[in-house]
Design a protein around this ligand. Structure first.
Ligand SMILES: Cc1ncc(C[n+]2csc(CCOP(=O)(O)OP(=O)(O)O)c2C)c(N)n1
Ligand code: SF4
Ligand SMILES: [Mg+2]
Length: 316
């Protein structure tokens, strides 16, 4: 194999080689926002999701990611329309099932960093179990949940993060169930990187997305993203331009201290913004790569079809 090729474990653990793309910094010009932007976003004017998309463009530009290195996956919801608005590889998948799809991409393509975007309903209602299991398995990817405390796409139902008292089409007299705290949920599920940001602070969103991308494991970012149509003003208390306060995680906070992170997550709204928790634990990607390497070692003299034949023979 030449140095311009990379090895990619294909399905079933076989190794295939594909031409390695030239490093962007040496031979290729970085992408611009104009080249990255696809369809005109169909979000309502003023929706917080616009700024998250703009910052993702910025991240791609800043990190000089080439088209074939961009992988954006989402479920269903206003926020989950995200991949449509990007001129790059992406998937708008089944409601709540973005994480299993993203896990498959992440495990089979170690040369990519997978980004998943979605809403609070997608993440914590229908996709709740996938969230927990992807976190505990520590699959390498970044999951940005654009939390607007409501189901936007389906026009104002109570979401798992809607606060008690929120009036919606499913709770006409006000929500009465204890809402999920995304940060607590992520920490207790086993996510190894847990951060919080808000669409009204663009520099901070970019900073959190970059830190998440650099993390070796499952990185989770809760990004408050206002639904101006169905929950206007939800996050005013966290926005200094609306008389609120934006408090960053105190310098004294130890990000490796799980209990301290959990406590920080329990602070009443608007709470804190920044990295709450960061731990080092083997990723599923690394664990699986080891198994594949050891299996390949044992079968190195065999062709792929011979390995397959052996499996069929064992079934007889
Ligand atoms: C299996 C399934 N159940 C329900 C729906 C209807 N549905 C589409 S999006 C959505 C909730 C979206 O809320 P959220 O994830 O918070 O995204 P937002 O629109 O607020 O960004 C629901 C219930 C669906 N598309 N598929
Ligand atoms: S309904 Fe809400 S979440 Fe959906 S695009 Fe409009 S403002 Fe954004
Ligand atoms: Mg929502």
């Amino acid at each position: 194999m030449s140095s311009s090729q990379i090895e990619i474990p294909a399905r079933g653990g076989n190794i295939t080689s594909v031409p390695a793309p030239a490093p962007a910094t040496e031979q290729r010009k970085g992408l611009t926002k104009k080249e990255l932007a696809a369809d005109h976003p169909t979000w309502c004017p003023g929706c917080g999701d616009f700024s998250v998309l703009a910052l993702y463009f910025k991240l791609i530009e800043k990190r000089r990611l080439d088209h074939e290195k961009i992988t954006t996956i989402a479920g269903i919801g206003c926020s989950s329309r995200f991949p449509y608005f990007l001129q790059a590889n992406g998937v708008h998948f089944i409601h709540g099932r973005a994480l299993p799809f993203a896990s498959g991409v992440s495990l089979s393509r170690p040369d990519l960093h997978v980004f998943v975007f979605g809403g609070d309903g997608d993440a914590f209602s229908i996709g709740g179990n996938h969230f927990n299991h992807t976190a505990r398995k520590n699959v390498k990817m970044t999951y940005v949940v654009m939390d607007n405390w409501v189901y936007g796409l389906t026009k104002k139902q109570t979401s798992p993060t809607s606060p008690i008292g929120f009036k919606s089409k499913t709770d006409v007299t006000g929500a009465m169930d204890q809402p999920i705290n995304p940060m607590k949920q992520a920490i207790s599920a086993g996510a190894t990187f847990v951060a919080r940001t808000t669409h009204t602070n663009p520099n901070h969103v970019l900073q959190m997305m970059e830190a998440a991308m650099d993390h070796e494991g499952f990185s989770f970012v809760e990004c408050l993203s206002e639904c101006v149509e169905f929950y206007e003003g939800a996050f005013d208390a966290s926005n200094p331009r609306k008389g609120g306060v934006f408090n960053t995680v105190p310098d004294t906070h130890d990000v490796t201290d799980e209990v301290a992170a959990y406590k920080l997550a329990g602070e009443p709204f608007p709470g804190y913004f920044g990295i709450f928790y960061k731990a080092t634990r083997p990723t599923k990607n690394a664990n699986e790569a080891k198994i594949i390497a050891s299996a390949r070692e044992k079968t190195k003299d065999l062709k792929d079809w011979q390995i397959l034949q052996k499996s069929f023979d064992r079934l007889k």
